[in-house]
Design a protein around this ligand. Structure first.
Ligand SMILES: Nc1nc2c(ncn2[C@@H]2O[C@H](COP(=O)(O)OP(=O)(O)OP(=O)(O)O)[C@@H](O)[C@H]2O)c(=O)[nH]1
Ligand SMILES: [Mg+2]
Length: 368
């Protein structure tokens, strides 16, 4: 399951966002360090295509993808040296796939800012520095544990040593590891190390209620001109929300909410927009299966082969993979069933080298 860790300074709206995303009830208050223990929430990924398929195919069961959000304590400057509550909580998000970095842009005299004034560029820099320092500490610890084995068995560990020392050099130079161009194997190993700057970041710009919904508010324009945004190490993914407002929307009954959203011109919720960005930044696509009247969505990395995709469902299916019957989402919507597409010759038979495409609907054949 895809997991996203929510980070940011204290009192910027992390738990408000978490609640809006998960319809949760994490504590929210106008003083810093409200959150101490992490909040965990799992929500279905909103998926318009799955809903359309469900209506056409009328399956007994319909299962979407899920996404997990982890809301942690606010980080402060010096968290890596044990200031605030920060560093120990970073441990809770070492294994997440992506980070949602909440940046306060809203002005509200009733909500204190830990550094008094609202200054999004400065705040981002503080958090990113803390992540770099925390990574350096973790990596140094890992290196220390391996030095012995690197000495006694240099040939077998040459690659690891080279990579880890490269990571350290980059971190010491203030460069987040996500900016390195790595092959798939190195990417997996980096993820195993649990280094935070190696993860894609989605900047969640938390606006005042009055500014929302606005894709390009003045504070974002300003941020884009600032130093920190100038030479981005990776494509910057940004979502603008108003956490408090989204939370209030959540509280309305569905009809009232739909009407209100229409009035304001809101076509997608914060959750939908955030999930889209998370999928994009991780290179994820969705495919669908229908078997025994069970319709289900699956997320995989782009470039995943048909047997690997089958392995998401069950490892036996990867081992015993024979072929995949693939139809396009559009064809299935138009003609209504797999059988009909077979009859029309619109179902393709694909072998083990086939790379699954976004929105494919697949039936796997496999040996038990
Ligand atoms: N005006 C306004 N206030 C907001 C918005 N989002 C959050 N707040 C307020 O900001 C305060 C802090 O919100 P929280 O969600 O508790 O912030 P947090 O980042 O989780 O804080 P810690 O857990 O203490 O680190 C609360 O009073 C929220 O109501 C917003 O979009 N607009
Ligand atoms: Mg909180």
């Amino acid at each position: 399951m895809l997991s996203v860790g929510i980070i940011g300074l204290p009192n910027v709206g992390k738990s408000s966002l978490f609640n809006a995303l998960t319809a949760g009830n994490a504590n929210v208050s106008n003083y810093p360090f409200t959150t101490i223990d992490s909040n965990l929430g799992v929500v279905p990924v909103p998926d318009v295509r799955l809903e359309e398929l469900r209506q056409i195919l009328n399956p007994k069961e319909c299962t979407p993808c899920f996404i997990q959000f982890i809301d942690i304590a606010g980080l402060v400057e010096g968290a890596n040296r044990g200031e605030g509550l920060g560093n120990q909580f970073l441990g809770n998000i070492r294994q997440v796939d992506a980070l949602a970095h909440v940046v306060r842009c809203f002005q509200d005299p009733n909500v204190a800012h830990v550094l008094e004034e609202v200054d999004p560029a400065r705040d981002i820099e503080i958090i990113e520095t803390e992540l770099l320092l925390a990574d350096l500490e973790v990596l140094n610890g890992a290196i220390e544990k391996r030095v012995g084995i690197w000495k006694t068995n240099p040939r077998d560990h040459a690659k690891e040593k080279e990579q880890w020392l490269l990571y350290r050099e980059k971190l010491e130079a203030g460069i987040p590891l996500s900016s390195l161009i790595l092959d798939l194997e190195d990417q997996r190993e980096l993820k195993g190390l649990g280094l935070l700057t190696g993860k894609p970041v989605i900047y969640v710009i938390n606006l005042s209620e009055e500014e929302y919904p606005e894709a390009n508010p003045p504070c974002l324009e300003e941020l884009k001109q600032s130093q920190i945004w100038q030479n981005p190490s990776q494509a910057l993914e940004v979502v603008t929300i108003s956490a408090r407002f989204e939370w209030e929307l959540q509280q309305l009954d569905p009809e009232e909410r739909a009407e209100f959203e229409k009035e304001l011109g809101i076509t997608e919720t914060g959750l939908q927009r955030l999930v889209k960005k998370a999928f994009k930044s991780l290179g994820l696509i969705t495919f669908y299966t229908i078997a025994n009247e069970k319709l289900r969505a699956w997320e995989v990395e782009e470039g995943t082969s048909a047997p690997e995709a089958a392995g998401k469902i069950h490892s036996d299916m990867e081992r015993g993979f024979i072929r995949a019957q693939v139809v396009s989402f559009e064809d299935l919507l138009q003609h209504g069933s797999f059988q009909e597409l077979n009859r029309l010759g619109l179902a393709r038979t694909e072998g083990k080298d086939y790379q699954v495409k976004d929105s494919d609907v697949i039936q796997f054949a496999f040996r038990d």
